[in-house]
Ligand binder design. Structure first.
Ligand SMILES: [Zn+2]
Ligand SMILES: [Zn+2]
Length: 242
């Protein structure tokens, strides 16, 4: 047994890992903090997906350009992807990442990404742009979950990617989660700007990263800023959809 594996085995003995959703001890699961019963409830967003938000076309849905979740959106970006549906254990996973400094969950996020091979090609020659938090919110929370996500993607796709924090959130906005669809759009309107004195590479694809795609307005506002600065190739990837 390798030293690190031995350490993990020992730490499991003294600190049993519990499932973030049901609280049971996690045994024989491909995840560290999601038990195998709960992991069956996690819907990964494998193709075919909606072009705009990455929602998987399940069952009888007609495969088209976009789905009912993003019909209101007039996207400034070219394509959108997402890792899993933000419901049940998926919602809990995002919640823990966002509010409980879920660094311990990053390994499970990596396991999820490895199960989505269609994402590999999207990172080629790309610049990863995490959606920024307002400086006040960053101070309150202590970390930006979108930047953590960007670091994780960069760790997995080192040669292809680089991270650039080229956006600034100039407006302190209310949390989108409590707002109606219409109010969400207004809430984030003109909330972002390009960070001063940054360099852009117009030969690269820019991929915006955020924790969750709900109505897409936050990510679309960020895309608008990139588009207006002359970037042509813009895609987005959210951790969860819902
Ligand atoms: Zn569980
Ligand atoms: Zn969609």
């Amino acid at each position: 047994m390798k030293f690190q594996a031995l350490l993990y085995a020992l730490s499991d003995l003294f600190f049993p890992r519990n499932c973030i959703q049901c609280g049971e001890a996690v045994e024989s699961s491909c995840y560290q903090y999601i038990c195998s019963a709960c992991s069956d409830q996690l819907t990964l967003c494998l193709p075919p997906n909606c072009n705009t938000c990455g929602y998987p076309f399940l069952g009888d849905w007609v495969i088209g350009k976009s789905c009912p979740h993003c019909t209101d959106l007039d996207p400034y970006f070219n394509k959108g992807y997402t890792l899993f549906l933000s419901k049940g254990v998926g919602r809990q996973l995002i919640h823990s990442l966002k509010y409980s400094n879920g660094r311990f969950l990053l390994k499970d996020l990596k396991t999820i990404i490895k199960q989505l091979p269609h994402l590999e090609k999207i990172f080629q020659n790309s610049v990863l742009v995490p959606v920024p938090l307002h400086p006040t919110k960053l101070r309150e929370r202590g970390f930006n979950q979108s930047l953590q996500f960007a670091n994780l993607i960069h760790e997995l796709f080192k040669e292809d990617t680089k991270i650039a924090q080229i956006l600034t959130r100039k407006k302190y906005t209310q949390s989108q989660t409590t707002l109606s669809k219409e109010k969400r759009e207004n809430n984030v309107k003109n909330a972002f700007e390009l960070t001063p004195k940054i360099k852009l590479d117009f030969n690269k694809k820019y991929i915006l990263l955020d924790d969750v795609f709900t109505t897409g307005h936050t990510l679309n506002e960020c895309s608008k800023v990139l588009k207006q600065s002359g970037i042509q190739s813009i895609e987005l990837l959210s951790i969860g959809h819902g």
